[in-house]
Design a protein around this ligand. Structure first.
Ligand code: PEP
Ligand code: MG
Length: 328
């Protein structure tokens, strides 16, 4: 694996029939920064900002947040970085952030977390917005909101950023050159409202870790449920196919940042569905780039369309056989 990693580092991921696929990495800590150049990825498709909060003894102050974000942007140079606003609460609870629900969440993944918490604790989001806007002065800032369930949550979160932007403008401070806003699609309900939200978005990233646990009502962290569903099951692929279709024709970058994108057969399925951007764990970048280079995308997409219309009994075996027949 190490060898594939090094060999593929400087290779641009094109399919054998010439489509450029964006292969980005998921990151979250200062230590992850070197992974961008080491892996030769196209950017950071998911920067989990809550990691800094989780490893801190107290709420990280604005200047500490800004310093981290600036260092990440600096290291990334011209490559895009997508900063996800904090996804804390639920099972990623912070001792220094008092929970005021009056009771413990019985279903933390579906609880008071991520943007739900950030919109109520507006001070938290405000500070983070300021830190991101200051860190990205003179650059492009990509902001992504986690666990959006309905469009109004996106509008409110963006408004927090826009107010901070107006404030900085009033102070004659240097601003980002461009700000792109996007959402994570990880709550199934949002998919039903995408047509409304699309004109407002620059990008969508599908968080398949959360999305699939909600689609199947199966806790992603419970080992007893690990076999309950398969990431390449037809219900997941059909869901994703609909999102691709809804997004088509809009000027919105669509990607996947869940762990499934870093696995071979899963990546094959995603590319077959029409995804052109995967954000994955750094160790998977080399192997996935190599896979990409062997794919005839036109053929894969045609076959995937058939499987979606009329799913085989065992999608995983079908995909595996498809890959093996082609020497992958
Ligand atoms: C996801 O849910 O797929 C995702 C990428 O976010 P996280 O794993 O941090 O919840
Ligand atoms: Mg998630």
């Amino acid at each position: 694996k190490q060898a594939v990693y090094a060999r593929m580092r400087d290779v641009e991921p094109f399919t054998s029939d010439g489509t450029r696929i964006e292969v980005m990495i998921n990151a979250g800590l200062r230590d992850d920064i070197p992974m961008l150049s080491l892996s030769g990825a196209d950017g950071i498709g998911l920067f989990r900002t809550e990691f800094q909060f989780l490893v801190s003894a107290a709420l990280p102050q604005r200047d500490r947040q800004a310093r981290l974000y600036r260092d990440v942007l600096e290291a990334a140079g011209d490559k895009p970085v997508i900063f996800r606003t904090v996804d804390i609460g639920g099972d990623k609870s912070l001792p220094y952030l008092r929970v005021e629900t009056g009771r413990e969440d019985e279903n933390p993944a579906m609880g008071w977390r991520a943007l739900r918490l950030a919109l109520e604790r507006e001070g938290l989001l405000k500070v983070q917005a300021r830190a991101l806007l200051e860190a990205a002065a003179g650059r492009t800032l990509n902001v992504m909101f986690p666990l959006v369930s309905e469009p109004w949550e996106f509008y409110q979160a963006r408004a927090v950023f826009e107010r901070q932007l107006a404030f900085l403008h009033g102070q004659k401070r240097k601003l980002p050159e461009a700000i792109h806003y996007g959402v994570m699609l990880e709550v199934p309900a949002l998919a039903e409202m995408l047509d409304q939200l699309l004109p407002e978005l620059s990008f969508i990233s599908i968080g398949t870790n959360d999305l699939t646990q909600f689609l199947f009502a199966a806790d992603r962290a419970n080992p007893k449920l690990a076999e309950r569903y398969d990431w390449v099951s037809p219900s997941i692929l059909r869901f994703l196919a609909r999102v691709v279709a809804t997004t088509a024709g809009h000027d919105v970058k669509l990607g996947v940042c869940g762990e499934m994108g870093g696995r071979r057969l899963e990546a094959l399925a995603l590319l077959g569905l029409g995804f052109r951007r995967l954000s994955i764990t750094p160790a998977a970048v080399g192997p996935i780039k190599e896979l990409v280079s062997r794919i005839n995308l036109a053929e894969l997409q045609r076959d995937m369309a058939g499987w979606i219309a009329s799913p085989p009994v065992d999608m995983r075996s079908t995909l595996r056989a498809w890959a093996e027949q082609r020497g992958m």
